[in-house]
Design a binder for this molecule. Structure first.
Ligand code: ADP
Ligand code: ADP
Ligand code: MG
Length: 498
């Protein structure tokens, strides 16, 4: 068994802090990283050792493999936790670490290479007899050939970047005449985001739910699932509300979908944490979507309902330990919901916003977890992902979890920036959400009922404070507030929810 004295967290923000918390609990030292512009952010000083990455584009900081390997050597780290995004699914990073004799807290490079790529992972699942969304995931990338396949599959089809993630490089095509343009756009976006423009085609499922299963495997051949997460509420194909258990899911279906996920992990002798994503169709059939060979953004809801610390398990598995429990020991208790608080404007096509975060807030509620990489006074810039925080609650059932989340969202107002906080509240208050189940077109379908209807108390307080500060001469914010205002309430119509 490997002994870890020191771990480098090759990531930033909330996930870097999340990983370092567990390191602390396990008595393992952590090394954290920060760039020039991140000096004030909490993750830059959370570790036992902080190392400056300098400035410049991501390719010179968090994505610079040589630099990170050198830091590992300089600071004598035993292992690296890559978090999610950034280098977490780059086989080249896994290989470079292996060469340097440093353990990656993640799967072997080969598994990452095979499963991190949507096309290859589908080929592998097909061989293992796992149901796939009807589509094309072969080698031929000629436009005319792909067009023929799309017509065979039947429109609407989804064009997807094979290397894709975070919803990038995806295009839906509803009409034949749009296919070639959409293909070009998807390929360009994929090349920009992932340096690879291979695409695959899938039948677009019209009324689907996104259900995924958390699996953890060790090198002794054990593969356990930690049940499902429902992540159907998305914008731009990216999740904003996640929960576990999936509302209204019957036990038999839950059992079947979890068994398939475990089977996939088994069939490739996977080691580490992995999420198997499925699309669940209205008739109860489910199809393999992709595998994420890393810790997932929404892993906390699984931790809340199962009581497991997934990062601890990842570390133990990387040390070579055997997972010393049985599948029947893992239970789903109560209900957990996570919302992603973004610096973005839902009333303006989810456009990212920037500015100074004045006040995060705090909550005294039980079983509420805020995972964030920001604190009062921090600047939020365009350099990084606009996710400000994840707010997670746990309660005995879904109704109580919804009530608790609505209160928790009030406790954390995230003032100073345009955020999606009020929008998230509106989702949780809405009838279709409360009734469940939810579908991936939720945001689009219920656009009208998710529009702002009331002005929040925090909003009123902020406008009033701004008005006082400005001597009534007008508020200067990055929102579309009028330059001169008569009184605080007159300006409300021109301001967006902060
Ligand atoms: P999850 O799949 O864990 O729910 P997302 O799909 O939202 O999370 O992605 C998590 C983060 O990682 C996002 O910031 C996203 O942009 C980024 N990301 C995901 N996959 C990749 C990838 N293959 N390459 C680069 N960044 C990625
Ligand atoms: P990413 O790597 O960007 O997460 P996924 O393949 O996981 O890509 O798809 C992201 C989201 O896009 C899914 O959660 C789902 O909402 C939607 N989606 C993906 N494939 C399909 C499909 N065939 N039909 C309908 N929606 C889909
Ligand atoms: Mg996905």
């Amino acid at each position: 068994m490997k002994n870890f004295n020191r771990i480098l967290v090759a990531n930033r923000g909330e996930i870097a802090i999340r990983v370092m918390k567990t390191c602390r609990e396990m008595g393992i030292e952590s090394v954290c990283l920060y760039t020039e512009e991140e000096r004030e952010l909490p993750h830059s000083s959370y570790g036992d050792i902080s190392v400056a990455l300098g400035g410049g584009p991501l390719s010179e900081t968090y994505l610079n493999i040589d630099k990170l390997v050198q830091i590992c050597k300089d600071y004598k780290v035993d292992a690296v936790h890559p978090g999610y995004g950034l280098l977490s699914e780059r086989a080249a990073f896994a290989n470079a670490l292996e060469k340097a004799g440093i353990t990656l807290i993640g799967p072997p490079a080969a598994a990452m290479e095979a499963m991190g790529d949507k096309k290859r992972s589908k080929q592998i699942c097909e061989e293992a007899g796992i149901p796939l969304v009807p589509g094309y995931h072969g080698e031929n990338q000629e436009a005319d050939f792909l067009f023929e396949r799309a017509k065979e599959i039947g429109l609407p089809v989804l064009i997807k970047a094979s290397a894709g993630g975070g919803g990038k490089g995806m295009r839906i095509v509803e009409k034949e005449e749009d296919f070639l343009d959409a293909l070009g756009a998807a390929k360009r976006e994929a090349m920009n985001a992932f340096g690879d423009d291979i695409v695959l085609l899938e039948k677009f499922i019209v009324n689907p739910r996104h259900i995924e299963v958390q699996v953890m495997s060790d090198e002794h051949g054990n593969h356990f699932h930690f049940f499902e997460r429902e992540c159907s509420i998305q914008r731009r194909y990216q999740k904003i509300v996640e929960e576990s258990p999936a509302p209204g899911m019957e036990d038999q279906l839950r059992h079947d979908i979890c068994a398939v996920a475990t089977k996939i992990s088994e069939s490739i002798n996977y080691v580490g944490a992995v999420t198997v994503e499925f699309i669940l169709d209205e008739d109860g059939s489910f199809y393999f979507l992709e595998m994420n060979t890393r810790l997932q953004v929404e892993h906390p809801v699984t931790e809340m309902v199962t009581g497991a610390d997934l990062v601890r398990l990842q570390i133990e598995v990387a040390q070579g330990k055997k997972l010393s429990f049985k599948q029947s020991d893992i239970e789903q208790r109560g209900h957990s919901i996570e919302v992603r608080i973004y610096a973005e404007d839902p009333d303006n096509d989810f456009m990212p916003s920037i500015g100074k975060l004045l006040f995060v807030g705090e909550s005294q509620l039980n079983s509420v977890r805020l995972d964030t990489g920001y604190r009062n006074g921090n600047e939020v810039t365009v350099s990084f992902d606009p996710m400000l925080a994840k707010l997670i609650v746990h309660a005995e059932n879904r109704d109580h979890a919804i009530e608790k989340m609505l209160q928790a969202l009030k406790d954390y107002p995230f003032l100073g920036l345009v955020t999606n906080r009020d929008y998230l509240s509106r989702i949780l208050k809405s009838k279709p959400y409360k009734e469940g189940p939810t579908y991936t077109h939720f945001v689009k379908t219920y656009k009208d009922i998710l529009m702002p209807t009331e002005i929040s108390e925090e909003m009123k307080a902020m406008v009033f404070a701004t008005y006082q500060l400005c001597d009534g001469r007008g508020a200067k914010t990055h929102t579309s507030a009028p330059a001169a205002i008569e009184g605080p309430w007159e300006s409300l119509s021109g301001m967006r929810n902060s």
